[in-house]
Design a protein around this ligand. Structure first.
Ligand code: ZN
Length: 129
């Protein structure tokens, strides 16, 4: 495990996350991921630490309302959020990580358009990172 850091575009939201240097990320085709182009690195919440910007975050929800999509209210970037698949975890957008700490990235397509068929038990069974 190493420490990665990242944040939103304007710099108000900053975080640290513990994860391997070689990570596995999801490229999801659901209605929101496809439009935002984010790549998701999902970790247990205990390995994520928000350093600044809590007062700049706004929450957007849709469909079941389980996922908490957190956007910077100033620059509009969603650098991390609480995913429906891992409500006890954090999904970090690896496009928002500072460069230099990820040595390899395995990108796995995720069919979020048919989310219920991927996770019939209502959530993912384990953490990919
Ligand atoms: Zn921002």
């Amino acid at each position: 495990m190493i420490k990665h850091s990242g944040g939103c575009h304007c710099g108000r939201v900053r975080f640290e996350v513990l994860a391997p240097a070689e990570i596995t990320v999801s490229e999801c085709n659901c209605s929101i991921c496809a439009k935002s182009g984010s790549l998701a690195m999902i970790v247990p919440a205990a390995r994520f630490r928000l350093l600044s910007g809590a007062d700049s975050l706004i929450t957007y929800t849709f469909n079941t309302g389980t996922a908490k999509h957190l956007f910077c209210s100033h620059c509009g970037i969603k650098s991390f959020y609480r995913p429906r698949s891992h409500p006890d975890g954090v999904s970090v957008n690896v496009r928002c990580l500072d460069p230099g700490t990820v040595t390899h990235m395995t990108i796995r397509p995720f069919n979020g358009q048919e989310w219920e068929q991927q996770y019939p038990e209502g959530r993912a069974p384990s953490f990919p990172n």
